[in-house]
Each structure stands twice: as C-alpha cells, then as structure tokens.
Design a protein. Sequence first.
Length: 92
Amino acid sequence: MTNTSIASMNKQGRTYDESAFCLFQGHTDLQFTQGKDFMIEGDCAIEIDTTDARKQSESMDRLVKAGAFTIMLADYKKYGSKSMQHWEVSCK
C-alpha cells in the first residue's frame, strides 16, 4: 500500500513538501539510513555506480529523476499476528 501527497505531517509533527507513505510486510532485518536510502515505486533498472564520487552522484541523479523518494523515517511495527506486522516508511 502506498500513498503520496503534496504535503503531509508524520507522527512526530514533521512536515515534508512532498512525501510518500509506504507499508510493506516482511524483511525484519532491513536497516535504513535516514536521508541516504531511497525508495522507488515499481521496478527500477538503475544501477548505482560507486567507482568514484562523480559516477555515484550521476547515478543518484538518475534515481531522483526516475521518481525515487528519500527515506526519512522507517519503523517496523511488530504488532499482533505475523500477517499484521509491517514496516511504515516515510519519505520525501
């Protein structure tokens, strides 16, 4: 389930100009780096080239142009039964 909006406020009261809210199940061992990890809807064939800083920057630019969001907050919700457990990811 995804939801995108022009402006939204998360539970901590922070507001982002553009945001995406995404819920997904599984992968409890995931680790996110706030402000550095990206999320994109659908399949993404863009590969990040880390051979040097310029190529890495160009790769990141391609991600942003393809509609990637920067992950600002990721919280694993381990509530209820296994089928109810999910991640809440807020992006801008």
